[in-house]
Design a protein around this ligand. Structure first.
Ligand SMILES: Cc1cc2nc3c(=O)[nH]c(=O)nc-3n(C[C@H](O)[C@H](O)[C@H](O)COP(=O)(O)OP(=O)(O)OC[C@H]3O[C@@H](n4cnc5c(N)ncnc54)[C@H](O)[C@@H]3O)c2cc1C
Length: 326
């Protein structure tokens, strides 16, 4: 019997894809045992009612005027109280940038050494074995914990979402969260209001590397993303050069993505970058160096200057779109 709690990351009641993945992992670990989703913050009740398609039959919800972001440090106190009351064997979190802080605070408070960023999890007779990549994905380590409570986070875009119907019982958690419990305040969310798809959930990603030459040249990638309805990503070199913000960095120290189509423009294909894109279905690389390592993993390669190739692709897509209208 493995009693599992899954922390639900959502935005105003809309469940994120990585949460669906985490719920599916939780369901597999729990088997026939109880799995409980914990949904906090604004829209928690709405989010809980959507969990039936992931086979979840019990949810604990907590809403408070003080808890405006469920993935913030402010959620630590009610979450710890729920874990203490429920006494689960395993608490699963999605491994996202926002949740890392919350996971660390909860783990420290409960004196648990967490296993973060797992890419495979097995439950062998109650013994949880988590696998995670180290050394930029060159080595996979297997970890098992002998602590009574295991706290594990799972890497986004690795595990499949398994849908199965259930009926859900939603319980409201009673907890006194006051103004003095609020330790972080979000003043501004950059990128909010943009029409681009979320990088982590995008079906098409256009990503630029140092080969783009300068920040201004990213305008052509934006145009390509516009005609494709894609998200824009970047390599770390681009972020380090301050051409693009860190929130769109892809790779080992950035985001792990899994689009249907990944177009790498002026990206060499360093192992740390590949670590974030290997779940992509089709990779197209544009690079002026025919020996660039990215071509080894690309499904399609174009040897050429991004500043010429990308505008040519945009023109072709526009032509195809126009001809399909006439
Ligand atoms: C601990 C650690 C973590 C890291 N984490 C990450 C990470 O998360 N993500 C990440 O991306 N990197 C990461 N890196 C950095 C990584 O090792 C590489 O340095 C980085 O990915 C290189 O970025 P790039 O491909 O944009 O640049 P470069 O390696 O400089 O490649 C630029 C490419 O552009 C091509 N090019 C140049 N001009 C043109 C042109 N006009 N047209 C077409 N092609 C052109 C070149 O041929 C070259 O292949 C990490 C490194 C370390 C040590």
């Amino acid at each position: 019997m493995t009693k599992v709690i899954v922390f639900v990351d959502h935005k105003n009641g809309v469940i994120k894809k990585v949460t669906a993945e985490t719920l599916s992992v939780g369901k597999n670990i729990a088997g026939q045992s109880q799995i409980t989703a914990v949904v906090l913050g604004p829209g928690a009740k709405g989010a809980a009612s959507c969990l039936t398609k992931y086979g979840i039959d019990r949810a604990i919800v907590f809403e408070s005027e003080y808890l405006t972001n469920p993935a913030s440090l402010n959620a630590a106190k009610p979450l710890i109280a729920i874990i203490k009351r429920e006494q689960p064997d395993v608490v699963l979190f999605p491994h996202t940038a926002a949740i890392k802080e919350l996971l660390a605070a909860v783990s420290a408070n409960l004196e648990v050494s967490p296993t973060v960023d797992s890419v495979a999890i097995e439950n062998i007779d109650g013994r949880l074995i988590c696998r995670r990549q180290i050394y930029a994905g060159k080595v996979v380590e297997s970890l098992t914990s002998n602590q009574t409570l295991k706290i594990v986070s799972i890497r986004p875009n690795i595990f499949p979402v398994i849908e199965r119907d259930s009926e859900i019982k939603v319980e409201e958690f009673s907890f006194l969260l006051g103004a003095t419990d609020i330790i972080t305040t979000i003043r501004q969310v950059s990128g909010e209001g943009k029409t681009r798809p979320d990088l982590m959930e995008a079906k098409i990603i256009v990503a630029g590397g140092r080969g783009m030459g300068c920040a201004e040249n990213f305008a052509i990638l934006e145009q390509l993303a516009d005609v494709l309805g894609a998200a824009v990503g970047a390599s770390r070199s681009v972020v380090d050069a301050e051409w693009q913000p860190q929130c769109i960095q892809i790779g080992q120290t950035g985001k792990t993505v899994a689009p249907d189509l990944y177009i790498a423009c002026g990206i060499s294909g360093a192992i740390q970058h590949i670590a974030g894109i290997y779940s992509s279905k089709i990779i197209v690389a544009i690079n002026n160096d025919p020996d660039a390592p990215i071509f080894k993993i690309a499904d399609y390669g174009i040897v050429g200057d991004v500043r010429e190739v990308v505008p040519a692709i945009i023109q072709e897509i526009k032509k195809i779109k126009l001809s399909s209208l006439s």
